[in-house]
Design a protein. Structure first.
Length: 150
């Protein structure tokens, strides 16, 4: 998968390498290995502003996904690359959640990436059955990536 990482905050190269690896694995699993994906690593202030603007929720969140598949953008005829969309991850929120859940920061970042990417692929968790399906997919992908809860 052609993954572009925009880092608005300092992030270790090991983390960015694992983000890229996870995108590649997920791309192969779901048959979108030629797709394009943008991942922005940011702080609580910026994700808070996006959450308020696009979801009407006035607080920071851990991850936001903006799927191109759901948009009204025109189809690009003859293009070989599918644009999946954008994932925005709060590094600050990921650090807090990793500590709260008792697992590594790396595990939390990759889990948020997986969660966001599943949204781009059409998964959701509003209805109980959909939530259970999405959780099963998340567990499957994390196992494929060999990233446990430490």
């Amino acid at each position: 998968m052609n993954t572009i990482i925009n880092s608005e905050v300092a992030v270790d190269e090991k983390i960015t390498a694992e983000i890229l690896r996870a995108a590649e694995v997920i791309g192969k699993i779901y048959g979108v290995e030629n797709a394009e994906l943008s991942i922005t690593l940011t702080d609580d202030k910026n994700i808070h502003a996006l959450n308020k603007k696009y979801r009407g929720i006035d607080r920071p969140t851990d991850v936001l996904s903006f799927a191109f598949r759901e948009s009204d953008e025109p189809e690009i005829i003859g293009g070989e690359t599918e644009m999946l969309g954008d994932i925005i991850i709060s590094i600050e929120r990921a650090k807090i959640q990793a500590a709260d859940f008792g697992h590594s920061f790396l595990r939390e970042i990759i889990f948020l990436e997986v969660h966001g990417l599943l949204h781009l692929l059409g998964y959701d968790h509003i209805e109980e059955a959909d939530r259970l399906e999405m959780e099963a997919e998340q567990d499957f992908i994390m196992a494929e990536l060999k990233i446990g809860r430490d």
